[in-house]
Design a protein around this ligand. Structure first.
Ligand code: SF4
Length: 212
């Protein structure tokens, strides 16, 4: 007998607004990740945001705080957005997967990459956020976000640096995840990767400026 695929789809509220979505996502059990995470970390930002920014999943600090991008990667992101001239008030931030996936490493909870099945299970939340927000552009931070948006495996370095046709009806940009910058092997590499990241964000700022 075929097993039915689990997903968040059956948890979506009948009326789609950011508050109803956030409320419904709080009790999602569409995959197993809710079992070991502290809470659902839903997207945040103004309903009139022009740019939707998608990360992979909440990190250890986000899981505890209940807010996306408040940990070390969030601080890199905030700094880079400011340097690129993108106001955080124009940005809605979310993740492809709304629960923190981790494995124990000593006393720490070590980040674990979500599987393709978990990304697909959580995709209805992301699609609903896009439907409600109607952003002018979407920025995928890293391979998992891009995998969710494009619905298949992609390579970030082949896609970054240009606007892409819109699989979910929006123009999409792809860049690295700020946590990948933090994992760089030495300060010089981290600085180079950070500059490349800011360059990608500047491109999006220009794109949004031209379409005001
Ligand atoms: S990761 Fe997504 S699909 Fe899985 S339980 Fe959490 S909100 Fe639901």
């Amino acid at each position: 007998m075929r097993r039915s695929l689990r997903s968040a789809a059956s948890f979506l509220p009948s009326k789609l607004t950011l508050p109803t979505l956030r409320n419904a996502a709080a009790s999602c059990t569409g995959c197993d990740l809710y079992k070991t995470a502290t809470q659902t970390v839903f997207g945040e930002g103004p309903a009139r945001a022009t740019l939707l920014l998608i990360g992979e999943q909440p990190g250890d600090q986000e899981d505890v705080a209940g807010h996306p991008f408040v940990g070390p990667a969030g601080r890199v992101l905030d700094k880079a957005l400011e340097e690129a001239g993108i106001a955080r008030s124009d940005v809605y931030v979310t993740n492809a997967v709304k629960h923190f996936k981790w494995e124990p490493q000593g006393t720490r909870r070590k980040h674990k990459k979500p599987s393709a099945a978990e990304v697909a299970a959580c995709r209805p939340w992301l699609e609903a956020e896009i439907q409600v927000l109607e952003p002018r552009a979407i920025l995928c931070l890293g391979v998992t976000a891009a995998q969710s948006v494009f619905g298949k495996s992609v390579r970030v370095n082949e896609l970054r640096g240009r606007p892409l046709p819109a699989p979910l009806g929006k123009t999409v940009f792809v860049t690295t995840h700020p946590s990948a910058i933090l994992r760089g092997p030495d300060p010089a590499q981290r600085e180079e990767d950070y500059r490349h990241f800011v360059g990608d964000l500047r491109l999006i700022a220009e794109y949004l400026q031209q379409r005001r």
